[in-house]
Structures are given as C-alpha cells and as structure tokens.
Write a protein that binds this ligand. Structure first.
Ligand code: F6R
Length: 244
C-alpha cells in the first residue's frame, strides 16, 4: 500500500487526476472504474482541465461506474448518470457507448447486474478502480456486511449512508433519496489491477484510520483493500490526521 498525504484537498485531487491521465498515456484503451460523490468533483474538474490542455484523451478508454440509485432515471439531477454526464462525460472525448453506469431503472435488475459484470469481463477487467470512501466504510455502495467476493448486485443503503447522501435530496422539490442502489461488488472492485482511493477532509479521518489501519473485516468494507497488491491511497492532511 502506498500512502500519499497532501496539504490540501486540491493537491490530492490533482494527484489522483494526474495518475489517471498517466495510466491513459501508458494505455490509451484502458478500462477505468469510476466513482461519484463530492470528492470526485475535484478529480474530474482536473481531468477536464488536462483534457482541455490536450494532456489527456479519453477517446479509446472504456469506463464503468461503481453504482447508481435504484429508481432514478438518467435525467434525474440526483442520479449518478447525471453526475457523470455533468462532471466528466459531456466535457471530454469519451465515446458515449463506452461509458457505462449501472442501470438503476432496469425492469430486471438482477439480469442487468449480471450483464454489467459480463461487460466488465468482456472489456478485459478493470485496469484501475477509482474509489472514495463513505462514513459507513463503504466503497461503491458496499455497506458493512457485504461479502468479500460480492459482484454487481442490488444493495440496501445503511442509515449512515442515508444521512451522508440524504443532504443532496431536496424534500421541498419532492426529492426523496432511494434506499436501494445497484453497486459493483467488493469482489469486482478487488479484481481491478490497480486501486486508487482518495479521501479528504476531517470528517473522513476516523473511517480512514479504521479502513487502512484497523482489522480487515467486512464490517468495514473498505478495509478489504488493504490486501490489494497495487493500492495507492491519496489523502489530504485532515483525512490523514488519525493515522499512526
Ligand atoms: C459513489 C461511491 C461512494 C463515494 C463515497 C464518498 O460512486 O463510490 O463510495 O465515493 O460515498 O462520497 P463523498 O465523496 O461524497 O464523500
């Protein structure tokens, strides 16, 4: 495991974006696993900047996102389809038919999940999986208790995650956070050839300590990444504050 601790969130985000750009420069047709959430906004902003500066092209890349809420269509502003389109897909030269996000509105969710796994397999597996971490210890939406060998499937979001992400849903506009999502499994994530986890801010300090220096247990799903042979953890000073 490689830890990198930066003074500010911006520096951490820039490092993560540059590592992704570097992987693309080594292998233009690489397969990237992508994440959403507040932490990723800065990472994608930097990737868009690099693209505009002609320092990276996504033209030959294939991407697979980690997760999507069940019942939110792609045009819903809280969906992860919407997030990805707004923050990355519409801003760079990624081919739309090679940018994949799980379908949270499929009539047959189990079948859609199996097909997602099959698409990742057919693409040759994930070269890099970008990860954030939730307060519950989730990666993707793999909540505590998720099996280490789990695959893409329907998951129930835990109370902690409902609190963490509930703030983005505006009840006054009739928005309600779904309690279920489709998420790539821990097994899918751990099979990626490289993992890049980024966390910033003091609110992440305690879960970062548990995930990286605590016992490896499905009670803290992110702790399973400690076993991965090619893991880089990118933190700012605040998120790293409780590490030994
Ligand atoms: C979402 C995902 C989640 C987030 C995590 C952190 O695709 O993979 O695991 O990375 O919930 O979210 P933020 O960055 O909003 O703190």
């Amino acid at each position: 495991m490689k830890y990198l601790v930066f003074e500010t969130p911006l520096e951490a985000e820039r490092y993560a974006a540059n590592r992704i750009a570097e992987i693309i420069s080594f292998r233009p047709d690489c397969v990237l696993g992508l994440a959403t959430g507040a932490t990723m906004e800065g990472v994608y902003a930097e990737l868009v900047r690099l693209y505009r500066a002609r320092q990276v092209s996504f033209h030959f890349c294939t991407t697979f996102n980690l997760d999507e809420y069940i019942g939110l269509p792609p045009h819903d502003r809280n969906s992860y389809h919407f997030f990805m389109k707004k923050n990355l897909f519409s801003q760079v030269d990624l081919e739309p038919d090679r940018a994949h996000v799980p379908d949270g509105c499929a009539a047959d969710l189990a079948q859609a999940c199996a097909e997602y796994e099959e698409m990742i397999r057919k693409a040759g597996g994930l070269d890099l999986q970008l990860l954030g971490i939730g307060h519950s210890g989730h990666i993707g939406f793999n909540e505590p208790g998720s099996a280490a060998d789990s695959k893409t499937r329907v998951v129930e979001l835990c109370e902690e995650t409902m609190r963490q992400n509930g703030i983005y849903f505006d009840a006054a506009r009739g928005e309600k956070m779904p309690g279920r999502a489709v998420s790539m499994g821990l097994g899918t994530i751990l099979a990626a050839r490289e993992l890049l986890l980024i966390a910033t801010g003091s609110r992440k300090a305690e879960i970062i300590r548990k995930a990286l220096q605590g016992e490896i247990s499905t009670a803290v799903p992110a702790s399973l990444i400690q076993r991965h042979p090619d893991l880089t953890v990118v933190l700012d000073r605040e998120a790293a504050a409780k590490l030994a």
